[in-house]
Design a protein around this ligand. Structure first.
Ligand SMILES: Nc1ncnc2c1ncn2[C@@H]1O[C@H](COP(=O)(O)OP(=O)(O)OP(=O)(O)O)[C@@H](O)[C@H]1O
Length: 262
């Protein structure tokens, strides 16, 4: 079935990934639909980053298939998927203006020495507007706060007009307000830009309020579905092991309710 029939922007079937001959991902079956936000949760070393990198084509599957917008690509077309890696992989001190960071998103799509046009400029300004950063156009990027830098980096991805965004631990290092702003922003992008979002996170406490689906990954997918069914003790124990205690900080949180009833 093609993309048009089932609305899957990502369709992963029976995927195995080996690194140095070691099976890191085993029999992964996962789908992301158009206009869906999915959080991948799981323990350290469970394979979350490996899955993201395999979707991007950095690792080759040893078995199974990955279709993006209904197609199996040898090489993912530039701009189709926007990827924001873990924060520690980004050099935040680069001396560059906010506008130029966003313009890099357009440059990626161009040939060497090809000029940027008024249309490119318009797209960049629009991308900054979408993340609420148009007032920061001529500011040095390295002087911004963590949350503002993240918004500018998202604008750089939006300038490529992607269909899918992949985030690796986007909320790490942001304060509570910054995290809420981030989740509100991605929900706006989903609705207004029709972008599908897949993100790796450790925040299982907040995701149930902001994401449509979760996938629990520890070498294989132990659960794939709406968060309210997935964040159950049996599933969490299966994915994370017996010794980890989870507190889910939202209105469904049994522990919090317990405290407030006292
Ligand atoms: N390039 C690599 N070479 C060797 N082993 C690797 C490589 N990349 C990942 N691994 C191994 O694959 C497993 C999964 O790693 P991965 O980084 O995907 O997990 P993760 O779920 O993203 O973990 P974390 O939450 O700690 O970021 C780990 O055992 C890791 O050591």
């Amino acid at each position: 079935m093609g993309y048009m029939e089932n609305n899957f922007v990502i369709e992963i079937k029976n995927l195995d990934v080996k690194i140095n001959n070691k099976l890191i991902l085993q029999n992964i079956n996962l789908t992301l639909k158009e206009k869906e936000i999915m959080a991948i949760v799981g323990p350290n070393g469970g394979g979350k980053t490996t899955l993201i990198k395999t979707i991007l084509g950095f690792y080759k599957p040893s078995a199974g298939t990955i279709k993006i917008m209904g197609k199996q690509f040898q090489k993912i077309p530039k701009g189709l998927i926007g990827y924001l890696p873990q924060k520690d992989l980004i050099n935040y001190n680069f001396p560059i203006l906010v506008y130029d960071v966003v313009l890099m998103g357009r440059r990626i799509l161009k040939k060497f020495l090809e000029k940027t046009t008024d249309k490119d400029k318009e797209i960049c300004l629009d991308a900054l507007d979408k993340v609420g950063m148009s007032g920061y156009l001529n500011r040095p990027f390295n002087k911004l706060s963590g949350g503002q830098k993240q918004r500018v980096l998202i604008a750089r991805l939006l300038a490529m007009k992607p269909k899918i965004l992949l985030f690796d631990e986007p909320a790490t290092g942001l304060d509570v307000v910054g995290q809420e702003d981030f989740y509100e922003l991605i929900n706006k992008l989903k609705e207004e830009e029709k972008i599908s979002i897949l993100m790796v996170t450790h925040d299982i406490g907040v995701i149930s309020s902001y994401v449509d689906m979760i996938a629990c990954l520890n070498r294989t997918i132990h659960y794939h579905g709406p968060p309210e069914h997935g964040i159950q003790p049996e599933i969490l124990e299966k994915v994370f092991g017996k010794n980890i205690q989870f507190v889910i900080h939202d209105h469904r949180c049994a522990t919090c309710r317990g405290f407030s009833d006292e």
